[in-house]
Design a protein. Structure first.
Length: 435
């Protein structure tokens, strides 16, 4: 079943077709997507798991000079050679003190910026450290971390052992120890702000043949922009601009203000199709602005590309990850570059187009309709029928657990951290179960 089929099933039950009302259709799809993503996050179903390879890097050294700029309140550091892209958001050690690399200059690959106010320095050896590894933004819960290889050897240890933050603190594991990693520890997650306003839009005259189009525009912030690579972060979507109608001889012009140099955000521009009827309903990226960039951006797209489907094939859809990312730390810190295998429960992309199909087994697609009907029928003051569909949902969930739940939905923890005083409790305390 695709999104339209699920919506039609709901319409048959409630005797009202939401497709006749665009606003109500959106409300129904919001409820479907809520339960869709909650289903993936609830338990470690086999279909809700994903394995990815993340590049991890050993420490890198450069000879560099720096100068503090009082206007921007940033220190600009210039290296004698090109800098790797992975340094953004990671740690640089300068004269024995650690700082976070705000960003690498996109137009000058030997330059980076840090938020620090010390004096200038010349020809100093600096060290970059990838202490924290950012997980993909669709990661809900981490399951396994390791270094997959064809053979097991002292340098290819396979599965890494998870440690709790309590154990990390209890043993005071050195942050700067470098060797072959054997353990991983979840660290503090990171988040980023969302733009509060959409960009300014207008129409610009161009050649005829564009077709008549109506669109609305929004933007996101992107931190450590890497053209969609796994270690970047993208914020939530701003509000949309007012609808703008473009004539056959007009193209879309967007004015993007220049951000202050201490704000390390690139920006991505998205459009929403406001034609009536709509050829597509998703939110798609049409351009981006690098860190430090701004000004007028002209966007070319035609009504023909809307109608023949090439627009949605040529442009990336917004993923609704909302500027949140988890991190882990390897112990000891890696002593060489390699690919880290990470398996996790992932957050599926939002269902937006009528033809979008849920990423769960086809025989269980109706569970999304049952879940949605629980809420919709309660809203319509029909708790009796809502209870029927709740029971249908629960029975379907039991079937899915029997088929696709490969591990028990619980975990065991040991030890505890006292709030104050001396911790006299031995490390190996009894296990207790967390439901």
């Amino acid at each position: 079943m695709n999104l339209q089929d699920i919506r039609q099933y709901i319409a048959n039950i409630i005797d009202y077709d939401p497709s006749t009302n665009r606003e109500y259709t959106q409300q129904i799809e919001d409820v479907i997507n809520h339960h869709y993503r909650m289903l993936f996050a609830e338990k470690a179903f086999s279909f809700a798991q994903k394995e990815v390879k993340l590049e991890v890097h050993t420490d890198a050294t450069r000879v560099a000079s720096g100068n503090y700029v009082s206007v921007s309140k940033l220190t600009v550091v210039d290296s004698t050679s090109d800098l790797p892209a992975w340094i953004e958001g990671n740690i640089v050690e300068i004269e024995g003190t650690e700082y976070e690399v705000l960003y690498r200059d996109p137009s000058l690959l030997t330059r980076f910026y840090i938020d620090a106010s010390f004096g200038s320095f010349t020809s100093k050896t600096i060290k970059f450290k990838q202490r924290f590894i950012r997980l993909p933004q669709d990661c809900v819960s981490l399951l396994q971390v390791g270094r997959r290889s064809y053979t097991i050897s002292p340098t290819d240890v396979g599965r890494f052992i998870p440690l709790t933050r309590y154990e990390d603190e209890y043993y005071n594991l050195p942050l700067d120890e470098v060797n072959i990693p054997n353990y991983w520890i979840i660290q503090d997650s990171i988040s980023m702000r969302t733009p509060t306003r959409p960009p300014t839009v207008s129409a610009n005259t161009t050649t005829a043949g564009q077709g008549v189009r109506s669109v609305r525009v929004a933007q996101t912030y992107v931190k450590w922009d890497s053209d969609g690579q796994k270690y970047e972060m993208e914020s939530g979507l701003s509000s949309f601009s007012e609808e703008i109608e473009l004539s056959d001889t007009q193209q879309l012009r967007i004015n993007v203000p220049v951000l202050a140099s201490r704000i390390p955000f690139a920006r991505r521009i998205y459009i929403y199709n406001a034609n009536n009827p709509q050829e597509f309903k998703g939110v798609y990226e049409v351009d981006k602005v690098d860190v430090g960039g701004g000004g007028n951006v002209d966007i070319d797209f035609t009504q023909d590309s809307f109608e023949d489907g090439t627009f949605i094939l040529d442009n990336e859809r917004y993923s609704y990850f909302d500027g949140y990312s988890q991190r882990l730390r390897l112990y000891p810190r890696q002593n060489e570059d390699f690919e880290l295998s990470v398996r996790y429960i992932y957050r599926p992309p939002r269902l937006q187009e009528d033809t979008d199909t849920p990423q769960l087994p086809q025989s269980h697609h109706l569970i999304l309709a049952y879940a949605c009907l629980m809420d919709v029928l309660n809203k319509h003051d029909n708790p009796t029928l809502a209870g029927i569909y709740r029971r249908k949902y629960e029975r379907e969930l039991v079937k899915m657990e029997q088929r696709f739940l490969t591990q028990k939905p619980r975990r065991f923890v040991k030890g505890f951290m006292k709030e104050s005083g001396v911790d006299t409790v031995p490390m190996f305390t009894p296990l207790r179960r967390i439901p």
